[in-house]
Design a binder for this molecule. Structure first.
Ligand code: AMP
Length: 250
């Protein structure tokens, strides 16, 4: 069974992002970039499937700038067997990324595609769902448990009201939520070994994918500073302030 894992290069989750001086975009100069945390969880799950003998090969795929090779090497240090980079210098929209991933899936024919539930840069939470629609296959988003047997995947999903269990025919898309697993740290020997694993590159044009943007980024601003709160003496004063100052109750 072949597992394909989609891995995105994003600003590291510890970095406090700020807009560029002209507010045209997020300032990425000298900012630490990492593998998207939910993609790391997806990689860990894929590697665990291989360790259990369920999967035979784990292929990590990224769409992005040349530097995304670092995140693919990172995925390989965690246990992925090889990487594929779809190179582009444009910041692509989820639909364009899903189309690139679809083209890779057409040639790789994976049995299951593991992805993050969302990328922490755009917070879109769209690519997995769009890929499932393009491929015409089943999807289980926000997965907190995955098991595979008899050519079927059983996924427990975290939904608003609790947990939902789905059975999916393969191939299918599963997107990882926070509690799916706790990713391992890459060991130094595995980081060294990952440097020698195969990494192929292609481009959206080679894949025949139209990546033209359908939306335009107009500007990026920091949210307004929060005002300091106040302490009220008692419930009566709280109600009075909610009524007459905040005007949120009548
Ligand atoms: P998003 O829809 O942007 O929140 O991303 C959801 C998931 O789609 C991510 O966690 C990745 O698994 C995958 N994904 C999004 N963008 C890319 C990309 N540029 N390259 C590879 N995978 C991606």
């Amino acid at each position: 069974m072949k597992v394909l894992v989609a891995v995105k290069r994003v600003v590291d989750y510890n970095v406090k992002v700020r807009p560029k001086a002209d507010n045209t975009d997020v300032d990425l100069a000298n900012v630490k970039m990492s593998i998207n945390p939910f993609c790391e969880i997806a990689v860990e799950e894929a590697v665990r499937l291989k360790e259990k003998g369920v999967a035979t090969e784990v292929v990590a795929v990224s769409v992005g700038a040349q530097q995304s090779q670092d995140q693919l090497r990172n995925a390989m240090a965690l246990g992925a067997d090889r990487g594929i980079l779809v190179t582009t210098d444009e910041a692509l929209e989820p639909l364009a990324i899903a189309k690139c991933l679809k083209a890779i899936c057409d040639s790789e024919a994976p049995d299951i595609i593991l992805m993050g539930k969302q990328a922490i840069d755009g917070d879109n939470n769209q690519t997995g769902q769009m890929l499932a629609a393009l491929m015409g296959c089943g999807q289980a988003t926000f997965a907190s448990e995955l098991s595979i047997a008899d050519g079927k995947a059983t996924v427990i999903r975290e939904v608003d009201g609790g947990l939902q269990t789905l059975a999916l025919e393969l191939p299918a898309i599963v997107t990882a939520d926070l509690r799916l697993n706790e990713p391992r740290y890459a060991s130094l020997p595995n980081i060294m070994k990952a440097k020698k694993k195969p990494l192929d590159t292609t481009t959206p044009a080679d894949l025949g994918v139209d990546v033209a943007a359908r939306t335009k980024l107009l500007g990026v601003e920091l949210p307004a500073e929060r005002q300091a709160g106040i302490k009220v003496e008692d419930v009566a004063q709280l109600v009075e302030k909610l009524k007459n100052e905040a005007k949120v109750i009548s």
